[in-house]
Design a protein around this ligand. Structure first.
Ligand SMILES: NC(=O)c1ccc[n+]([C@@H]2O[C@H](COP(=O)([O-])OP(=O)(O)OC[C@H]3O[C@@H](n4cnc5c(N)ncnc54)[C@H](OP(=O)(O)O)[C@@H]3O)[C@@H](O)[C@H]2O)c1
Length: 215
């Protein structure tokens, strides 16, 4: 399989347009768009949160998804086929304290997914959302602005999902026959039951874990 990579800031709508227009002809007809780029920034109560953190999440998670989707979907519609797979989060379903703005961005992803599905009715273009719970990636390191200790605590004494688990699910959605659309997958590790319910296997020292998980 041939793989082509390029870096792109999804918050920059012009750069998105230029990058897609600049693709060699044989790569321009995009069959599957996975809107994965996103981040959480900070874990403070809403009224103490950094405005630039909140803007950063809205820019990447919502505006970025809109920019890329708006640029790619018309081609799918013209070809009568295509699949948009948005990476949401269980945070879009269950808001948790300290995650207000992040949860709002993922609720927006859920609304965008539902709306796109209806707007694309009859076009042959499929729209899905994969909504994971705790996945051990660089997510928490980014959220805590590089504080490795704080990030490590999020996954302490649990077996979180891996990026492979999520990728495997995205592949499952993308590889269904054309008449099958997986609308939504909500997936969590066995140790997690909601945004705020996480089973930790050994009792860690008092006060060493955050009150709520970081999803
Ligand atoms: N980890 C979890 O627990 C979890 C749970 C539910 C949902 N999610 C969602 O899963 C998705 C992937 O996150 P992850 O866990 O894999 O975190 P990650 O390891 O931090 O990866 C995030 C990716 O998004 C990219 N990105 C961020 N802002 C971007 C921008 N403006 N333009 C282009 N790319 C950008 C990052 O690129 P750079 O490294 O170049 O910045 C990185 O490749 C996100 O949408 C996240 O909200 C994660």
């Amino acid at each position: 399989m041939e793989v082509r990579t390029f870096s792109l800031d999804v918050t920059d709508s012009l750069a998105v347009r230029q990058s897609l227009d600049g693709l060699p002809t044989e790569w321009r007809d995009i069959d599957v768009l996975v809107n994965n780029a996103g981040k959480a920034l900070g874990k403070s109560p809403f009224h103490e949160s950094d405005l630039s953190d909140m803007d950063g999440m809205l820019d990447a998670n919502v505006r970025g998804l809109i920019h890329v989707s708006r640029a790619v979907i018309p081609g799918m519609v013209a070809r009568g086929a295509g699949h948009v797979i948005n990476i949401g989060s269980v945070a879009g379903k269950w808001t948790y304290p300290g995650g207000t703005a992040y949860c709002a961005t993922k609720a927006a992803v859920a609304a965008l997914t539902e709306g796109m599905k209806m707007d694309l009715h009859g076009t042959g273009v499929r729209v899905s959302t994969v909504d994971p719970g705790l996945v051990e990636t660089e997510f928490s390191l980014v959220r805590f602005h590089g504080d490795a200790q704080a990030a490590e605590k999020v996954y302490q004494n649990i077996e979180p999902l891996t990026a492979h688990d999520v990728a495997d699910t995205v592949l499952f959605c993308a590889s269904r026959p054309p008449h099958v659309n997986i609308n939504q997958v909500v997936m969590m590790c066995t140790d997690q039951s909601s945004s705020t319910m996480v089973y930790r296997h050994r009792q860690p020292p008092l006060g060493s874990i955050p009150a709520t998980p970081d999803i």
